[in-house]
Design a protein around this ligand. Sequence first.
Ligand code: TRP
Length: 336
Amino acid sequence: MENITTEKQKTVLSLIQPTGTPTLGNYLGALKNWATMAQEYDCIFGAADLHSLTVRTEPALLRKRTLELYALLLALDLDPEKNIVFVQSHVPAHSQLAWILNCYTQFGEAARMTQFKDKSQKNADNINVGLFDYPVLMAADILIYQSDYVPVGIDQKQHLELARDIATRFNSVYGSVFTVPEPFIGKRGASIKSLQEPEKKMSKSDTNAKAFILLTDTPDVITKKIKSAVTDSEAKVYYSPDKPGVSNLMDIYNACTGLSNEQIEAEFDGKGYGDFKAAVAEAVIEELRPLQEKFDRIVKEKTYLEQTAADGAERAARRANRTLGKVMKKVGLWKF
Ligand code: TRP
């Protein structure tokens, strides 16, 4: 008799908020890796629209952004049949589990989250309870799928730690209910900085539109933005902490072409920043071209988007409800 024990494929989960068109930084730092992970793991990816409610947004705009983000996820070639690509609010079990986990999270723990403190300062006129509870909903997103790995950037690490603490605490009371998730340590995504202030992260909320490249920017716009990127007066291409602007452009070039720093330095030896920037712009345009073409096509196919989202939600809910049912029983809710 055959006795093959294959290790269960690990589950990877990550969500992204529909707060606007993602930037080149979001793409090279995270989304591009999602596409690679999708081939190797059991992946669940989605749009965290409930998280976006913590900041007041025009309803029609939130809906449009969610739909566009969903189309963009599909355009990444995440394979919605093998993996799950869904919208958070389509799976009610997330909110249900979040409520239960609230009762297993200490006020002090949530109050220590640095992102909450930052956001409270920035939105002093709307420090709502959702903003405070945001990391608990995120813990529910993760734990409800028994996720093994969560690829997160540095700004979400503390939230993942909290999810691990909640899971461990819950398990120690009720037996092993949740998989305790690990941060995904794979190929590290590039950390892309602002084109205008290369000490800062590239952010779509930057007041200077030249500081970031959006995934939907046209080739002309991309070229203009890269041409006006801040460099220095040395006119020599090499990687150094003293040259944050040039180093950032090298990171972008590396992430798009796979060329090492040495190879890039050799390629532009004796050439000025004009040639270098032109090559970086070309590489970015080529990198984004297939994604943009697919996005432009998919975003117009409303029926396809709706059907795929419905299918994703159904498959996600089936898995999420298994965990939710177990949790309800454990804590003593009347489940039948
Ligand atoms: N809070 C994350 C962010 O803004 C988005 C998010 C929501 C998330 N739920 C998640 C990320 C679960 C990873 C896992 O970036």
